[in-house]
Design a protein around this ligand. Structure first.
Ligand SMILES: Cc1ncc(COP(=O)(O)O)c(C=O)c1O
Length: 353
């Protein structure tokens, strides 16, 4: 039976999203920038200690917020917790964006900015990274003069790995007079650079963070928005009363108590990223400098056939042929063993392709 309920125009224009994250368990998952070595042991111990009573209670946020803020070096009133990093981006549409208002992004980038913009019925202006994946600073500054409601910038950027220098970020914040600047720092632990201390200086700066990447908690969905208390007010008003579940809070706190494990994972990723880029280079495959836990590589026209072959062998990469160019692929840096398996598989199948 067909229903004739009135649906918003922006939704009618959209296709239903087909989640690509099915059937991946047990494979070599280098396609989602997850921490493939898994979360720390302390997280599991903390989750096991939860009681039936705690599960039946609505979660309380004050104490966990204070402790997570402490880890990030900000005050509790400068931070709100969200249901994953994705939701730390979505809240900007609820708080700042009307249908047909204008947002600014730089592509190629994380697709959720465009995704939420389409749902909101917003107009998306795009500046593009150049062929060397350099950030288009001049175009962005010019676009900010047209006062978009929000400018979303992943820093480091997924999938290019680009990290925008502090001086350029300052110029952007100065140019964004009527624009909320959202710096999405999902990969900050890997870049070693964060603008968190700047929220006290710039009222138009919002930093989005996630526990899905370095902390290895992607399944639990925990993110955060950090800004000056005044600037954060519209975001607080747009949030539901219980945006985050208790397991995510308990896990995040345990992960933070065991920060050594996160640091050691980050060090391993940085080491492997360098050696893997070197190995690809020796095979004649170009890579781009990356500040994240992933590498963008260009295998050229024969790339897509190779990626399909690898997928059939249970090695998942993120083929970006469609939005960047034939043969571009984003490769998450996994464990030493996973990277060794991948490299061997590329060596075997690359010559053949
Ligand atoms: C740039 C960027 N921002 C945010 C996220 C969101 O992560 P999550 O919703 O798992 O916190 C991702 C995940 O891939 C990302 O690459």
């Amino acid at each position: 039976m067909k229903n004739r309920l009135p649906v918003r125009e922006a939704i009618l224009k959209r296709k239903t999203y087909e989640a690509p994250a099915e059937g991946r368990a047990g494979k070599i998952r280098l396609d989602f920038n997850e921490n493939t070595s898994g979360c720390g042991r302390a997280v599991l111990r903390a989750l096991r200690r939860l009681t039936p009573e705690q599960f039946a209670m609505y979660p309380e946020y004050q104490e966990p917020t204070r402790r997570i803020a402490g880890y990030l070096g900000v005050r509790a009133k400068e931070l709100v917790l969200t249901n994953g990093g994705d939701d730390a981006l979505r809240v900007f549409f609820d708080a700042f964006v009307e249908p047909r208002s204008h947002i600014l992004i730089c592509e190629p980038t994380f697709p959720m900015y465009r995704y939420y913009a389409e749902i909101a019925g917003a107009r998306v202006e795009v500046c593009r990274y150049d062929a060397n994946m350099r950030f288009p600073e001049r175009e962005v500054v010019a676009a900010l003069r047209r006062s978009p409601r929000v400018f979303f910038l992943a820093n480091p950027n997924n999938p290019t790995g680009t990290l925008v220098a502090p001086a350029a970020l300052r110029r952007i914040l100065a140019a964004a007079r009527n624009t909320a600047v959202v710096l999405d720092e999902a990969y900050a632990e890997f870049s070693g650079f964060s603008t968190l201390p700047w929220v006290r200086r710039y009222g138009n700066l919002f930093v989005a963070r996630t526990f899905s990447k370095a902390a290895g908690l992607a399944a639990l969905r925990l993110g955060a928005v950090i800004a000056s208390p005044d600037s954060l007010q519209p975001i607080r008003r747009a949030l539901p009363p219980f945006p985050v579940n208790l397991a995510a809070l308990v896990a995040a706190e345990a992960a933070l108590r065991e920060r050594k494990a996160i640091r050691s994972y980050v060090r391993t990723v940085l080491r492997l990223r360098k050696s893997f880029a070197g190995s690809l280079g020796r095979l004649g495959v170009a890579t781009f400098p990356s500040a994240g836990n992933f590498l963008l590589a260009n295998f050229g026209p024969a790339g897509p056939a190779l990626f399909e072959k690898l997928e059939r062998k249970g090695i998942l990469l993120r083929d970006r042929s469609r939005d960047i160019g034939p043969g571009f692929v984003r490769i998450t840096i996994g464990t030493p063993r996973e990277m060794k398996t991948l490299l061997a598989a590329i060596r075997r199948n690359w010559k053949a392709s």
